[in-house]
Design a protein around this ligand. Structure first.
Ligand SMILES: [Zn+2]
Length: 119
């Protein structure tokens, strides 16, 4: 009678899963600025600029902000472009306020001139 030989094969597998949150800011290359700049996650950009996230989305859609895809589906906003956009918004607000202020100052000047008195 033949002897029966058996062999056992044991396969062990294991899996390591690393869960890491996206950093809120990082340094990365901005193509539009042609420089390595600080990049903010869209949420962090909204917090930094004190505007709703929807405003950030609108600025991105209109090309007012630079966008970099660091990894697939991982978008970051260029801080330089965000700062520039904030300056433009502040300047636009000043322009809106000035036309209201100018007529008053003109009126005051006219009044003092018509009476012949110095202010
Ligand atoms: Zn940029």
């Amino acid at each position: 009678m033949k002897s029966k030989r058996t062999a056992s094969i044991r396969i062990e597998t294991y899996e390591v899963t690393t869960v890491r949150r996206r950093p809120l800011t990082l340094r990365a290359w901005c193509v539009a600025c042609a420089a390595e700049v600080e990049m903010l996650s869209p949420k962090r950009a909204a917090e930094w600029a004190a505007v709703p996230l929807l405003t950030i989305s609108g600025w991105l859609e209109t090309g007012k902000l630079h966008l970099a895809e660091i990894a697939p589906g991982c978008l970051y906003v260029c801080r330089n472009a965000l700062e520039q956009q904030m300056k433009e918004c502040a300047a636009a607000k000043d322009l809106k306020i000035q036309p209201q202020a100018s007529p008053r100052s003109t009126t005051r000047r006219n009044r003092s001139n018509s009476k012949g008195e110095l202010p």
